[in-house]
Design a protein around this ligand. Structure first.
Ligand code: T4K
Length: 368
């Protein structure tokens, strides 16, 4: 059996990518919002029905920009978020000079628990930043109600959720802004890349500011904001254009692998995380998280997998509030649901090129 990784990038046929690159070579325009970049933004806007789409060099850069858009001069601005996520979510808040306020998660969806949000709101709260973790939808209806009642922005970290649907709507249209990752490890990737989808009332104004911010804050030759460089290159945009043509095929292949896992693990003590809440009508199968009875059982299984060159990942352990930087800055915070889940959850290998035999083999090792 070959070595298996938590995921592998989905790539188009090399010939297709080469063809996409021909015009880049001819024009010599390789970055700074060239034609491939503009086309990918246009297609993504149409595909999702969003008011405004802006591409970025990474999902993290997209998140930082989204936060910069809603930030004003209040140095004490706070953002309510989940501790059960990749560090990028919370680092983006911190790096924008805002204070992350950690909120407990719901034990079924593993996303922010809306019933705990209101008690975290203070006069300094600017936004709620939930995460559709593993592509599992947040309780967006309850979150929207709370945000409206308190006049807060909702910025979704939708890094894991590209191409998913909430009812009939594209997940990108939830909240005021949704930020996605197009990293190599995602179901839809540009090698490195990301995007924000803006859907609030002032979308075109915020979109214009986002364009300035990702390009050194420049407008008419001078910096009107202290912007950085968050631009996606033409090489990444070209890869995105190719991958977008294959997205349904990538998802179908991942779904077939996930079905084998589901079947083989059924009735065992290793429970696949639940994805059936909050109106999720289309999944993208970016991750296959399973929950063990105890951390001890997880560690034992992890060791057996490693001995067989199967590299599962402890996404997301530890919780972000337990990480050194946040522990030292904000002290001990107790979020028992998130902490308990984080200790017992493991992401199994899942990629479009995996076979049913490989998924069965992973389960054989897991089940001892
Ligand atoms: N918000 C959330 C909730 C996120 O999860 C993330 C990123 C972000 C925001 C920020 O988005 P980006 O700025 O990254 O676009 C990975 C990814 O780098 C990261 O995108 C992802 N989430 C995070 C959960 O996982 P690592 O350090 O675990 O990845 P790495 O390099 O160990 O890759 C995992 C496996 O994938 C490797 O063992 C082999 C395979 N792989 C990886 C790469 C890069 C390949 O086969 N080919 C490749 O090119 O962070």
């Amino acid at each position: 059996m070959r070595e298996l990784f938590v995921t592998r990038p989905s790539l188009p046929p090399l010939e297709e990518y080469k063809k996409e690159l021909e015009s880049v070579w001819e024009s010599g325009i390789v970055t700074n919002c060239g034609p491939k970049h503009e086309l990918l933004e246009k297609i993504l806007k149409e595909r999702t029905g969003s008011s405004c789409v802006k591409l970025f060099s990474s999902g993290h850069a997209a998140l930082e920009c989204a936060l910069s858009l809603i930030k004003d001069d209040d140095a004490e601005g706070e953002v309510i978020t989940t501790p059960f996520t990749f560090a990028s979510t919370v680092n983006a808040i911190e790096r924008c000079g805002l204070k992350p306020v950690f909120c407990e998660i719901d034990k079924k969806s593993l996303t922010i628990d809306p019933s705990e949000i209101e008690e975290k709101i203070t006069g300094h709260t600017k936004a709620i930043m939930p995460v559709h973790v593993y592509g599992n939808l947040c309780d967006h209806k309850k979150i929207a109600k709370i945000a409206k009642a308190h006049g807060l922005y909702v910025i979704y970290d939708a890094a894991h959720a590209f191409a998913e649907k909430a009812g009939a709507k594209d997940v990108a249209t939830l909240g005021d802004i949704s930020a996605f990752s197009f990293h190599a490890t995602k179901t839809f990737g540009c090698a490195e890349g990301g995007a924000i989808f803006i859907n609030c009332k002032n979308a075109s104004k915020l979109g214009e500011k986002a364009s300035n911010l990702r390009n050194f804050g420049l407008k008419d030759g001078e910096s009107i904001y202290a912007g950085g460089n968050g631009k996606m290159s033409e090489l990444s945009a070209a890869l995105g254009l190719c991958n977008l043509r294959h997205i349904d095929e990538y998802i179908a292949k991942r779904e077939a692998v996930a079905a084998v896992y589901g079947e083989k693990l059924s009735g065992s003590d290793i429970k696949p995380a639940s994805f059936d809440g909050n109106g999720l009508t289309r999944r993208n199968h970016t991750y296959f998280p399973v929950i063990f009875k105890s951390e001890r059982a997880l560690k034992k299984a992890f060791k057996s997998l490693e001995e067989n060159r199967i590299h599962a990942r402890r996404y997301f352990y530890p919780c972000v509030h337990e990480m050194k930087y946040y522990r030292e800055k904000y002290g001990e915070i107790s979020l028992p649901v998130a902490e308990r889940v984080s200790k017992r959850i493991l992401c199994l290998p899942l990629s479009a090129d995996m076979t049913a035999e490989e998924a069965s083999f992973v389960c054989k090792i897991l089940l001892g």
